[in-house]
Design a binder for this molecule. Structure first.
Ligand SMILES: O=C(O)CCC(=O)C(=O)O
Length: 260
């Protein structure tokens, strides 16, 4: 199965969901013109890391974000891996990834499991309890958020479940952009799957973000790569390549689960 992808790596206005939705709408229209079937947005694309004001700006049950993405999905006939948004839940705020299909239906929600202490997430956010995996037109896919990629066992769990493409949304800081690239390449090689990873650019009061959205194939080859500026990164992925690579080097058969 082939899928055309567009990743919107844009600069997020700090703490201003209305403004960010307005900007996203323009970017989405441009991304849709590339005939993309799947569009990605970055992590926390409505608020950025304005954590101290989450009480005011987090989206109750992610309703506004879901409605916005659902309308855009139907308008442009695209699926969204709709970045993540700050979701006001009953027991606190979560960093929640939304997947919405071309009919505008919410097909998957995943709240970030690993909270990133270096950016104070553990002080303002609750961790998620969801699984990462979902189905995309009958194929297995998974979604992860930023810091999650430093936990190979979490992504491995999805690979063992048969996932063929891992989507990653991020606000990955520029000073560690080499880690971003190395970690994602390693995750693609060791799990023999596609990685489609969208990172924001620009800056907030504390951090500068690195962009460099990436698509990596199951051999570990980088097939699309963003710059450090605002842009739409496009490519096509062919999920049949996953079966080919897994057939040639059958690591899932050769794993010694009796020993580790
Ligand atoms: O792990 C890192 O270096 C960056 C992680 C991060 O920025 C995040 O999870 O928001």
């Amino acid at each position: 199965m082939k899928k055309k992808i567009a990743m919107i790596q844009y600069d997020i206005v700090f703490g201003d969901p209305a403004k960010n939705r307005e900007r996203a709408e323009k970017w989405i229209a441009e991304a849709a013109e590339t005939e993309a079937e799947i569009i990605l947005l970055p992590e926390l694309w409505t608020t950025g890391y304005d954590l101290t004001r989450l009480d005011e700006i987090a989206d109750k049950d992610a309703k506004e974000s879901i409605e916005f993405l659902s309308n855009q999905a139907k308008k442009w006939n695209v699926t969204f891996v709709g970045g993540s948004v700050a979701e006001q839940c009953e027991d606190g705020v979560r960093n929640t990834l939304l997947v919405i299909n071309q009919n505008g239906e919410l097909v998957h929600k995943y709240s970030k499991l690993h909270l990133f202490q270096l950016m104070d997430e553990h002080l303002y956010l609750e961790d998620g309890q969801d699984e990462s995996d979902f189905e995309l037109d009958g194929e297995k896919a998974s979604g992860f958020i930023c810091y999650d990629i430093r936990f190979p066992e979490w992504l491995r769990k999805s690979a063992v479940n048969g996932t063929k493409v891992m989507f990653v949304v991020a606000e990955w800081p520029a000073p560690r952009i080499d880690h971003w690239r190395a970690l994602l390449q390693a995750r693609a090689i060791e799990n023999q799957c596609f990685i489609v990873a969208c990172n924001r650019v620009g800056a907030d009061p504390k951090n500068e973000f690195g962009g460099m959205s990436l698509v990596i194939d199951p051999w570990g080859e980088i097939t699309a790569e963003g710059s450090s500026g605002e842009e739409i990164v496009t490519t096509e992925i062919d999920l049949d390549l996953v079966d080919e690579v897994r057939g040639r080097i059958p690591i899932f058969q050769d794993r010694r689960v009796d020993r580790y």
